[in-house]
Design a binder for this molecule. Sequence first.
Ligand SMILES: *[C@@H]1O[C@H](CO)[C@@H](O)[C@H](O)[C@H]1NC(C)=O
Ligand SMILES: *[C@@H]1O[C@H](CO)[C@@H](O)[C@H](O)[C@H]1NC(C)=O
Ligand SMILES: *[C@@H]1O[C@H](CO)[C@@H](O)[C@H](O)[C@H]1NC(C)=O
Ligand SMILES: *[C@@H]1O[C@H](CO)[C@@H](O)[C@H](O)[C@H]1NC(C)=O
Ligand SMILES: *[C@@H]1O[C@H](CO)[C@@H](O)[C@H](O)[C@H]1NC(C)=O
Ligand SMILES: *[C@@H]1O[C@H](CO)[C@@H](O)[C@H](O)[C@H]1NC(C)=O
Ligand SMILES: *[C@@H]1O[C@H](CO)[C@@H](O)[C@H](O)[C@H]1NC(C)=O
Length: 309
Amino acid sequence: MLSARHTAVLLQLLHLVWSVTDGSSSSGTPPAPLVPARPPRTKNGPRRAEQVELLKLVKPGAMNLSCVLDDFLGATPDTIRVSWERDGVEIAQSEVTVQRADGRYSLRKEFFIERPGNYSCIFRNDTQEVTKAFLVTAPAMKEVRDKPVVGYVRDSVVLTCKIHPAPPAWQWYKVNGSEKDAVNTTAEPPRYKVTDKGEEVALTVMNLTEEDSGSYLCVALYLIAPAEGAVHLRVITFVEPLKPFLAIMTEVLLLVSLIVACELRGRTRAAQATATAGPENGRNVSGGEKAWPEESNGVEEAATRQRKA
Ligand SMILES: *[C@@H]1O[C@H](CO)[C@@H](O)[C@H](O)[C@H]1NC(C)=O
Ligand SMILES: *[C@@H]1O[C@H](CO)[C@@H](O)[C@H](O)[C@H]1NC(C)=O
Ligand SMILES: *[C@@H]1O[C@H](CO)[C@@H](O)[C@H](O)[C@H]1NC(C)=O
Ligand SMILES: *[C@@H]1O[C@H](CO)[C@@H](O)[C@H](O)[C@H]1NC(C)=O
Ligand SMILES: *[C@@H]1O[C@H](CO)[C@@H](O)[C@H](O)[C@H]1NC(C)=O
Ligand SMILES: *[C@@H]1O[C@H](CO)[C@@H](O)[C@H](O)[C@H]1NC(C)=O
Ligand SMILES: *[C@@H]1O[C@H](CO)[C@@H](O)[C@H](O)[C@H]1NC(C)=O
């Protein structure tokens, strides 16, 4: 007993609900691949970085760094001067003269490395330089996720970090503006639980409130330098993901009740009409036509169909 117009609107709404449901299921499409930004190349600079080697250290210690060069920018002088730099600053009295031997220039120096940094050897003559850099770092956190972890109010949530090798200890922080507050696992009532499994650590945040939303830092406390990872948490209420759906459902229900109201009105009038026109003759709605002139064709049609059924 729906009028053509009402039916059309309802169909549109249903289509809307459909496409919203559809959209949420196809939201997992992978993002466009990121194009790595290439650093500009300085072809004719006086200093040429020949090689960079990454060294991961977990604790301070002695280490032999060795530099080998086959030729000096195409030339093969008998000797070449080499000095060392740490973080761009020349290490005093580090310059030595290296003899060409076995078709190359080779030297080694033992360092006691206390902290991450950039150690480089610089081969040079009076006009040109060639460097080899060793970038000493602490291990980095694995599988860093940029999407936030979602938790529900009053529920609990588990945040995890992974690193290799296992650090001597882990620490969690909650970011508060520019500050970071150490997570207190002994406070009463307990809000946090830390599970340290060596290479993996888990922070359970219990009894979530919306104030628990934000960034958490897991810190692997290596002796050479701490390694940090960030996990973002978003605490939402149960209704939040349903909100757009509920809005549409409300509209649909409103419309349906409107249609039902119209229908009831129509039925009453149709009943009046049929009372005059006779119940068996479906086509004979002359009484009705008189009651509703031209504009309410839809309701008249509906009334007709209703009587047929
Ligand atoms: C560096 O090399 C020297 C000479 O071969 C050696 O005596 C020393 O033990 C080495 N140091 C380390 C940390 O391996
Ligand atoms: C320095 O080395 C470059 C490249 O091998 C060479 O062209 C240049 O003549 C050298 N300069 C001096 C002063 O030896
Ligand atoms: C490391 O130091 C060398 C020489 O000082 C420099 O050429 C290189 O750009 C530095 N690398 C980084 C990543 O700082
Ligand atoms: C965040 O920092 C401010 C100022 O340092 C402090 O007043 C507030 O209590 C902190 N919030 C939490 C949740 O610790
Ligand atoms: C953790 O909270 C408890 C109880 O509030 C307090 O006694 C303790 O000092 C706190 N620990 C730290 C590391 O802040
Ligand atoms: C959770 O928090 C509410 C309000 O802050 C509190 O009443 C309740 O006791 C807490 N539940 C647990 C298990 O800590
Ligand atoms: C239907 O209408 C026709 C003409 O208006 C009339 O002759 C006939 O009696 C009506 N039938 C009924 C059942 O009222």
